[in-house]
Write a protein that binds this ligand. Structure first.
Ligand SMILES: [Zn+2]
Length: 450
């Protein structure tokens, strides 16, 4: 396929904005990028898709999300409002995950995938939990992902908070899913080894996870020092900071993705850098949970690869970029904090580096050899748009609502705002139908726990 007449923002090592540009796709990758006239002459037989002057960019990447949390939207939480992060987990997420059954896991994934296609987020790294249906839960997610056509890495969050059987079932699910993908690879799917967080996983369970992940040669996806409770727990139990404890246990490493890292100190930052552990920053979630603000600049200065995720907030990564741009300025009382080009470094360059842990070809860049994961935006800025000012054009001008067309691996998933792989209205209707049941189970669990 030959995409013609686009204004192409390439990103990558040598970022360019190509006016009246074209992109030639073959199979799931990009094979040529250049002026429309030139590529039309070179590929006269190719089927053409006219972008009609729209902006074409790489699809967004989300480095950390939770599809399973979808039914939290609009849900009432009984009792007094949570006073801190641990109470938010106890009163909301650790009850909602137990209310999920087969149908609600499937629909949680589907509604998030619809939202991702609409907002042009083409690669996501998901962290799943459903303690009452662990075995096969990642297959339910994977079926929805393959149907959607998006690119997603899955894992199951191991924790000791649901007893030893729950922990063991989580380990087995991670191993089962990773082995399944190794035996039957699908270019849209990938696996990592999910861990909830240090403060809900005892040392014996952690040792078993490390042994299994090592034998599978996969990395971990874990929440690190999201709230100060994680640090306090680690210091009380092990006399070590969370980062030190996880490093001693063999959890940190170049294939490991650690979400949040809000409360890490300089020594832990140095450990993250030394082990080449990847970090994902979720500014909207951090603000919502009132946990503090991730020391992103300190980590970047130390050489840590920090990307951007949404932690289950909307899959509009342009909104997450805006949040990152604003919150660090407000907290630092310094307008120089978190510059626009730092934001796009997180969202594109570093997220692409994180995605490269799971997929062999380049993602997040428009160049020959990269996956053909592209979005069209019907946005015509009223000031010049250049490779130099693109970060600020994105932050102040772009939004998920501008996305008209979403392409993953050369396949068109949405064209002119019409979804082609998922039946959006039917999925929403089914979700609305079962939501009261999920909420009722949630309420019963809440009442039982008082
Ligand atoms: Zn999370």
């Amino acid at each position: 396929m030959l995409i013609t007449h686009g204004r192409i923002a390439t990103f990558g090592q040598n970022p360019q904005v190509i006016e009246d540009g074209a992109i030639c796709l073959a199979d799931d990758q990009i094979i040529a990028v250049g002026p429309t006239a030139e590529l039309r002459a070179r590929y006269p037989e190719a089927e053409q898709l006219d972008a009609k002057g729209q902006l074409i960019m790489p699809g967004s990447i989300c480095a950390h999300t939770h599809f399973y949390g979808a039914f939290a939207r609009g849900m009432a939480i009984p009792g007094a409002p949570a006073r801190n992060f641990v109470e938010i987990l106890q009163k909301l997420w650790w009850r909602l995950d137990r209310a999920l059954d087969e149908e609600s896991i499937r629909l949680s994934a589907l509604v998030c995938l619809v939202d991702a296609i609409r907002n042009g987020t083409t690669t996501l790294i998901d962290h799943h939990a459903s303690p009452n249906l662990i075995d096969g839960s990642l297959d339910l997610c994977a079926d929805a992902i393959v149907q959607s056509g998006l690119r997603v890495c899955e894992c199951y969050e191991v924790t000791d908070r649901n007893g030893p059987e729950g922990a063991q079932a989580g380990i087995v699910e991670n191993v089962r899913f990773a082995k399944l993908l190794a035996a039957r690879p699908n270019p849209l799917l990938a696996a990592s080894f999910g861990l909830h967080a240090s403060f809900t996983i005892g040392p014996e369970t952690l040792d078993r996870c490390v042994a299994e992940a090592k034998s599978l040669d996969i990395g971990f996806h874990i929440h690190v020092a999201e709230g100060d409770a994680d640090e306090i727990d680690s210091q009380t139990k092990y006399g070590q900071r969370v980062g030190e404890h996880l490093n001693a246990k063999g959890v940190l490493g170049e294939k490991t993705l650690s979400a949040h890292c809000v409360h890490v100190n300089q020594n832990e930052i140095n450990l993250l850098a030394k082990t080449d552990t990847k970090v994902s920053h979720q500014p909207r979630s951090n603000m919502n949970n009132a946990v503090g603000t991730t020391p992103v600049q300190k980590m970047l200065d130390a050489g840590v690869c920090v990307g951007l995720g949404n932690d289950g907030f909307s899959n509009n990564m342009y909104t997450e970029m805006k949040a990152a741009y604003l919150v660090h300025k407000a907290v630092a009382n310094d307008p120089r904090a978190m510059s626009g080009d730092t934001v796009t470094r997180l969202a594109y360059e570093n997220n692409a580096h994180i995605a490269s842990l799971f997929w062999p070809r380049p993602i997040g860049v428009i160049e020959p050899g990269a996956y053909a994961d592209l979005v069209f935006l019907d946005h015509a800025p009223y000031t010049p748009l250049t490779a130099g000012n693109l970060p600020w054009q994105i932050i102040f001008g772009l939004d998920g609502t501008h996305i008209t067309t979403t392409i993953v691996g050369g396949k068109v998933l949405m064209r002119d705002r019409v979804l082609l792989t998922l039946d959006e209205e039917r999925i929403a209707a089914q979700a609305r139908e079962i939501a009261p049941q999920v909420w009722q189970r949630f309420e019963e669990i809440s009442l039982n726990e008082g």
